[in-house]
Design a protein around this ligand. Structure first.
Ligand SMILES: C[S@@+](CC[C@H](N)C(=O)[O-])C[C@H]1O[C@@H](n2cnc3c(N)ncnc32)[C@H](O)[C@@H]1O
Ligand SMILES: CC(C)=CCC/C(C)=C/CC/C(C)=C/C(=O)O
Length: 297
């Protein structure tokens, strides 16, 4: 994903989910009494979710660091938002072996929206997220895809010889929890393994409705890693084949006209975790390992 401006204009589902989750968890996050909260966001992309929905929650004196593996995304976010006070953007691969010194152990909060399904080494990423928090504690709010029909579409398109050369490594772009029979338990176990004492993991079954073929195509273009590998003149043909597969999966509603809709049923992991034992939703959870997994897996 390197097309920041495409993403910024075709990320309705991502914005919708982040806003809902932040509204819900704004008062659960453990804000400091001195208003000097430092928050790092993982996989901030073009930056609009971070600036529109996370930044307003931070106290005036709070510090915000947006990070992303893509220097193109970081460049775009810096250009558009770095003028905001106490806000900066920097490149960070959350799956890296060693966190940069200036980030390690510096944050009160870590958030991440629609990023962790891109990271195959989920345990390594969670270990890093844990280590970004200050030694004395802090909390994290994470939301990412466990599964999405887009991954099944990719797998089918890979079997088409027109596209297979561009999609050899398709598994690298499928959420590490997409094939899991119990993504909530699996993620919960990873949080425990890396050291989080308390956590609340939910698997939310959602359906997003895309209005019309063009909307689906624009949303696919904004996130599909295979398009940038093929010549531009093949993009529309690839997107047409994408739509044909979606239709063959019965995800279409209505006739081929302006009323045509496409349904995307997906599972979202929503996790809130604290480094030190305390309260979750105002309920004291006895340490250690009093964890909660909600939702239908
Ligand atoms: C779908 S975008 C989400 C952007 C933003 N958080 C939002 O909600 O709109 C996913 C972002 O995760 C980034 N990403 C993928 N792998 C990553 C990694 N290993 N470390 C950090 N960022 C990563 C991508 O470059 C991309 O910008
Ligand atoms: C109907 C249908 C399958 C639409 C495609 C939906 C779509 C573009 C999903 C993208 C999911 C994803 C990997 C998002 C992201 O990382 O931001």
């Amino acid at each position: 994903m390197n097309q920041a401006s495409l993403y910024q204009h075709a990320n309705q589902v991502q914005r919708h989910d982040a806003k809902l989750i932040l509204d819900e968890f704004a008062s659960t996050l453990q804000w400091r009494s001195d208003g000097e909260d430092a928050l790092l966001d993982v996989g901030s992309g073009s930056g609009n979710v971070l600036m529109d929905f996370v930044r307003p929650l931070l106290p005036i004196r709070g510090q915000l660091v947006g990070t992303d593996i893509s220097s193109q995304m970081v460049g775009y976010a810096s250009k558009h938002y770095q003028r905001e006070e106490r806000t900066r953007f920097q490149v960070l691969d959350i799956g890296c072996e060693q966190l940069p010194e200036e980030l390690s152990g510096r944050f009160d909060h870590v958030t991440s929206f629609y990023c962790l399904h891109w990271v195959q080494n989920l345990k390594g990423a969670l270990g890093n997220i844990y280590n970004l928090l200050k030694p004395e504690g802090g909390d994290v709010l994470l939301a990412f895809l466990a599964s999405n029909p887009v991954y099944e579409v990719y797998k089918i398109l890979k079997t088409n010889e027109k596209w297979s050369t561009y999609m050899q490594d398709v598994e690298q772009f499928i959420s590490p929890l997409h094939h899991s029979l119990n993504p909530g338990e699996e993620f919960s176990q990873l949080l425990t393994d890396v050291g989080f004492i308390q956590h609340n993991v939910e698997i939310r079954n959602e359906v997003f409705v895309y209005e019309g073929v063009r909307t689906v195509k624009d949303n696919v273009k904004a996130i599909c890693p295979f398009l940038e590998r093929m010549p531009m003149d093949l993009h529309e043909e690839f997107l047409d084949d994408f739509i044909d597969v979606v239709i063959s999966m019965n995800l279409q509603q209505g006739e081929k006209n302006e009323d045509q809709k496409f349904l995307s049923p997906y599972k979202l992991v929503v996790a809130y975790a604290r480094k030190t034992p305390e309260f979750v939703n105002n309920v004291f959870l006895e340490p250690p390992h009093q964890n909660l997994v909600k939702g239908i897996n």
